[in-house]
Ligand binder design. Structure first.
Ligand code: ZN
Ligand code: ZN
Length: 358
């Protein structure tokens, strides 16, 4: 059993954080499990949260512990928990819906109508509820999946990101043999192109640059370097002038979203998976004349068991996306490596209990 206090990285305000070793270990409530964190992956969203630009949505208050892509081991469970027991290896999904609103009842708990309402039972760990840059996290068991032995903790900490990528690909309604363009092979995009293949795409074209695009090439995907080629022209040529059936936009810039809408085939579907704060004019006539569909994709509802199975089958390669590992005590170095993409950094994993043999 854990002691009464733990180590954690605590955000104190915009661009201000501290490593502390006397944070109270969270108390377990009904339907919750206290988990020892084995690995937590740094996410681009963490950088935004740390800068303060999402405050007071994420976090709702300072001080606050973030970190939402994690895996670990159950230490203790609260009242009413039977599906998980101490010693179980688990991975966490960041969001838990209230379970009672209309959207939750339909399974769309990523769009919970009680978002951020802790009293109603909604949680988004590392954003509205305490997260995993700590030795322990307290999580509702609805956010957990059991881990097979084949997963090590760093690879398992990528399951939430993988779920986000799968949800994006599923929102594309990919049909067998479709041509799919994936824009932006960052962490989510790198899994989204694998998901497109897993869902039956016949041809997947990855548009990006640098070491992240190299990774796609290494994995055997067709790539187009946006620094060397005009992507619109390349895709047009590659599709005989008609455009791709589906575009998965994972770069999250206004420019690439417009590009996706412009390149999509008549009757095709664009999924916007990257968040941008900017607005941009879109060719609206295409919505009617070409019956194009443009949809958004948020979080990873019900996707963790699915990406777990796809990873076990070999359809998704997650472990190879983990480029760096740091103990929690070296959080600053980990964050800088991620932020500066040092050494081709893609997924940088932080380990809060590095000597525990997890
Ligand atoms: Zn994330
Ligand atoms: Zn709800």
């Amino acid at each position: 059993m854990p002691g009464e206090t733990m180590e954690a990285v605590v955000l104190l305000g915009p661009d201000e954080y501290e490593f502390q070793n006397d944070i109270p270990v969270p108390e377990i409530g009904p339907a919750e499990a206290l988990c020892r964190v084995g690995a937590v992956a740094i996410c681009g969203t963490d950088i935004g949260i740390m800068s303060g630009k999402f405050f007071p949505m994420w976090p709702p208050e300072w001080p606050f512990i973030i970190g939402h892509e994690w895996a670990g081991t159950v230490e203790a469970v609260g009242p009413g928990v039977s599906a998980f027991a101490p010693g179980d290896r688990v991975a966490g999904s960041s969001a838990v819906g209230c379970g009672l609103c209309r959207n939750c009842m339909k399974g769309r708990y990523n769009l919970c109508l009680n978002y951020g309402n802790m009293e109603a039972g909604h949680r988004q760990y590392g954003m509205t509820a305490p997260g995993a840059y700590a030795q322990y996290i307290n999580a509702n068991v609805r956010s957990l999946v059991h881990l097979p032995d084949s997963f090590d903790m760093p690879a398992a900490s990528l399951l939430d990101t993988a779920g986000i990528a799968l949800h994006i690909a599923k929102r594309g309604n990919i049909e067998a043999g479709d041509t799919v363009v994936v824009i932006g092979p960052g962490a989510v995009g790198s899994i989204a192109y694998q998901c497109a293949s897993a869902l039956g795409a016949g041809r997947v074209i990855v548009a990006g640059r640098g070491s992240r695009l190299e990774k796609a090439k290494e994995f055997g995907y067709e790539t187009v370097d946006v620094n060397a080629r005009d992507v619109m022209e390349y895709v047009k040529e590659a599709t005989g002038g008609i455009g791709p059936d589906v575009v998965l936009e994972c770069a999250g810039t206004a420019g690439t979203i417009v590009q996706a809408v412009e390149m999509i085939k008549k009757g095709g579907r664009v999924v916007v998976g990257g968040i941008t704060q900017e607005d941009a004019p879109l060719p609206l006539r295409r919505f009617v004349l070409d019956e194009i569909e443009v949809v958004g994709s948020r979080a990873a509802p019900n996707c963790l068991p699915e990406v777990l199975a796809l990873t076990e089958s070999g359809a998704l390669r997650l472990a190879e996306l983990v480029t760096h590992r740091f103990p929690l005590t070296e959080f600053t170095a980990a964050m800088e490596t991620f932020r500066n993409r040092t050494g081709g950094a893609l997924k940088v994993v932080v380990e809060p209990n590095p000597d525990s043999g997890l």
